[in-house]
Design a protein around this ligand. Structure first.
Ligand code: MGD
Ligand code: MGD
Ligand code: MO
Length: 704
């Protein structure tokens, strides 16, 4: 904490914090506090990845924190479920009643209680620490937290051995960057800085994305493939690398597993075959392969002594993001793309390789934070958060276990973000479901709560953060006292634990103590206290000489672990559940990627940001619009067998023919007809990891 004298009268303090949001950038934040009021948040100039700049939305964090609609006292439902009618109650009355209700259910079967949380805050303390201890001690159902990254994460684990990859700062030295399934300018702005530096130094940037995004605008080339066809594209790239011998044979021999089998499969994927699947031209694939293979082969080739730094080399780097794995074959697609750098030996350079997530680099002491030992001998069932729509509607059965009777929601807004909203809403509307929502605002989910409990924001509590886009740990100190009656998630679960008679001392751990437990001795807490961040010591080119954290230590093209599960050990192109052009009724593929000024459904209620986004829109290509008599600004109905969602059309070449883009994730109640895009998405799962398939969704569009 530093004290700065603004004038003789006003004394301001600057408090070091961390942006809590679900974004790869995990910025270091500086909050200026005057007389106990946070007046400004800004990026910490001393943190290299943040470089003194926050994104537009988080710059408005004080507007969000002091929002007149912040929930600052416990609320109890007085109207019908979903009507959003509540009256204030005391903390004591709320917690006593909640504890009694949970105790009564737990006495029959604690698995009828389900926690539902995701990454409203990415903090390790306000996320799964005391909360996890509480649900473990209770013996509640476990939640599979799959809604974002499960398929891609599993793809990385099976191929590279973990959620690991290039260090983000070295993208600045790459000569070729493939930005694959990522709108970096919108969702990974601080990576874009490095990509832009590379571009200024002469690197070529290629964007692979069905949508002509803001990022595609700024790249040299844009390959607008159909959603869910990335695996086919990667296989055809391999085909070309093989045919032209743009391969690092030495790297393949020493550091990979299953090359012969992968080679044989790739040779069945000619550019012509893949182009027909991807909805692009064979020539686009050939040019991409030449850029990727020929440039890199020129520098590393089959040489055995290429150094990790490779001065003068032409390292090729791939920035994948999670956009490409929200389809049936997302896991396999990530496996194939993560395999590419090994073919050309790109890993030999620190500026070569691939990055999807760096989160596996962090030494998070999960067991210390979450205390699975509190389960004792019990092994509760696991419920997948993606299928909450179906699961809330399931009866007790031998197969499923007890019907869900209570949900405790924190750090998440499932009514807006989970797929197939009609079912999610029907489930949350059940009169026999007891729902508690810990929130800052009366979200779509909070509308269905029996109790809403006011939670603190990042300015009001302690936390520590890992990152999935860089390799620095961060600390967040509270800048201001909790507003009104708000309490940190941790404190709410401590008080519930006390009322349920949970006597273990771990329920008394303070937030600061939890911050210290999160990384154990692996991160120097004094450094975190002093500068707000601590850089992990990791190799510059982690896989220059193999050493992948897989069972074999090699890049596993073939995964024995998958084969043992009865799956294909070798990655392949897995077509969408709802492949475009196959269904007469719903001929358009809809994707619903993030809007730049929202963070999932967070910030949608911040007026200044909503004003920038305008209103829920569907981007549709001029051809598809003309065929339906649709003009920009028309109200359209987007529909399929799961539901219907109305919004305004934007006729735009940002959409490719055959694909419409419904940028998300709006609050349902702020939409035209009380729905959002998830009214249309399905609960079908991915090939690996049991993840969601938000972008594997066929629709039809009609002018209203
Ligand atoms: N401003 C902002 N930033 C965010 C978020 C947000 O909502 N708003 N969300 C955060 C979250 S939760 C996450 S998980 C991260 C990463 O979140 P991601 O969703 O990966 O975010 P993007 O980087 O925008 O990548 C999505 C891109 O993938 C494209 N895409 C869709 N389908 C396909 C496909 O089949 N193939 C390919 N190649 N591309 C496809 C979309 O058009 C879009 O441009 O971003 C985080 N950052
Ligand atoms: N159609 C479609 N659906 C999608 C996606 C998509 O691209 N398209 N993206 C998916 C992805 S990648 C993700 S990650 C999920 C995101 O889904 P969620 O993780 O549910 O994310 P948010 O919608 O941002 O909701 C987080 C909520 O947590 C609250 N919150 C924040 N901090 C705290 C805190 O400290 N305490 C408490 N109690 N609450 C807090 C916020 O106010 C907010 O309402 O959505 C998924 N849904
Ligand atoms: Mo996400």
């Amino acid at each position: 904490m530093t004290h700065i004298a603004l004038s003789d009268e006003v004394h301001a303090t600057q408090v070091l914090g961390a942006c809590p949001h679900d974004c790869p950038d995990t910025c270091s934040m500086l909050t200026t506090v005057q007389n106990g009021v946070a007046v400004k948040v800004q990026g910490n100039p001393a943190h290299p990845h943040t470089d003194g700049a926050l994104c537009t939305k988080v710059s408005r964090y004080t507007e969000r924190t002091y929002h007149p609609e912040r929930i600052l006292q416990p609320l109890k439902r007085v109207g019908p479920k979903g009507a959003g009618q509540f009256e204030p109650v005391s903390w004591d009355a709320a917690l006593t009643d909640i504890a009694a209700r949970l105790q009564a259910i737990a006495a029959r079967d604690p698995q009828a209680i389900l926690p539902y949380s995701y990454a409203g805050t990415m903090g390790l303390v306000q996320g799964e620490s005391i909360a996890a201890r509480f649900f473990n001690k209770l013996g509640a159902s476990q939640l599979a937290r799959t809604i974002c990254a499960a398929a891609g994460g599993e793809g990385l684990v099976q191929t590279l051995g973990g959620k690991v990859g290039m260090r983000v700062e070295f993208f600045a030295e790459a000569k070729l960057i493939l930005i694959w399934g990522s709108n970096s300018i919108a969702s990974n702005l601080h990576f874009w800085r490095y990509a832009n530096a590379a571009k200024r130094a002469g690197a070529k940037l290629i964007c692979i994305d069905p949508r002509k995004s803001e990022t595609a605008d700024k790249c040299h080339e844009h390959i607008a493939l159909l959603p869910g066809t990335d695996g086919a594209l990667a296989l055809a790239l391999m085909h070309e690398l093989i045919q032209n011998d743009w391969l690092d044979h030495d790297y393949l021999t020493r550091y990979t597993l299953g090359w012969e089998a992968l080679r044989a499969r790739a040779l069945t994927w000619s550019p012509e075959r893949a182009a027909a699947v991807c909805g692009i031209t064979p020539e686009q694939i050939r040019v991409l392969a030449r850029d990727y293979g020929a440039g890199a082969a020129a520098s590393s080739g089959a040489s055995t002594n290429a150094s990790a730094q490779a001065p003068g080399g032409s390292p090729a780097a791939i920035r994948m993001n999670y956009g490409l794995q929200r389809v049936h074959g997302g896991g396999n697609a990530v496996r194939l793309i993560a395999s590419l750098p090994a073919l050309i030996g790109a890993w030999r350079h620190r500026a070569g390789g691939v990055l999807l997530s760096s989160s596996g680099t962090f030494p998070v002491q999960k067991a210390a934070l979450q205390r699975p030992d509190l389960l004792a001998a019990r092994t509760p069932r696991t419920v997948n958060m993606v299928t909450i729509g179906n699961d809330l509607l399931r009866q007790s059965s031998a197969d499923f276990g007890p019907a869900i009777e209570a949900m405790i929601v924190y750090n998440s807004n499932p009514v807006a973000v989970a797929p197939e909203s009609a079912k999610v809403v029907q489930g949350f509307a059940r009169d026999d479901l007891f729902t508690v929502v810990l929130e800052h605002f009366q979200t779509d989910t909070a509308d269905y709560a029996d109790y809403i409990l006011p939670a603190t924001t990042q300015l009001e509590h302690w936390d520590v953060h890992s990152s999935y886009g860089h390799t620095d740990a961060l600390l967040n100190r509270p800048a201001i006292a909790p507003l009104g009656g708000a309490k940190p998630n941790t404190q709410i679960f401590r008080e519930l634990a006390a009322r349920l008679g949970f006597a273990e001392p771990c329920f008394q751990d303070s937030d600061e103590a939890l911050c210290r437990q999160a990384f154990g001795d692996a991160v120097d807490f004094e450094v975190l206290l002093a500068q707000g961040f601590a850089t992990l010591q990791t190799p510059e080119a982690p896989f220059a000489q193999g050493q992948f954290p897989t069972p074999s230590g090699k890049c596993e093209f073939f995964s024995e672990r998958l084969a043992k599960q009865g799956l294909d050990g070798l990655p392949d192109h897995v077509p969408n559940h709802e492949a475009a052009h196959t269904s007469g009724d719903y001929p358009l593929a809809m994707i619903s990627p993030p809007a730049r000024n929202f963070l999932n459904s967070t910030f949608v209620n911040v007026k200044s940001l909503r004003d920038i986004e305008g209103e829920p829109l569907l981007e549709i290509h001029p051809q598809d619009a003309a065929a339906r008599g649709i003009a920009s600004g028309d109200t359209v109905r987007v529909f399929n067998g799961r539901g219907s969602h109305s919004c305004h059309a934007r006729v735009s070449e940002r959409a490719r023919p055959g694909v419409v883009n419904g940028l998300g994730i709006w609050w349902r109640k702020l939409g035209l007809d009380g729905t959002n895009v998830n009214q249309l998405t399905s609960q079908k799962l991915t090939d690996l990891g049991h993840g969601p398939t938000f972008y594997d969704c066929l629709v039809e569009v009609q002018r209203v």
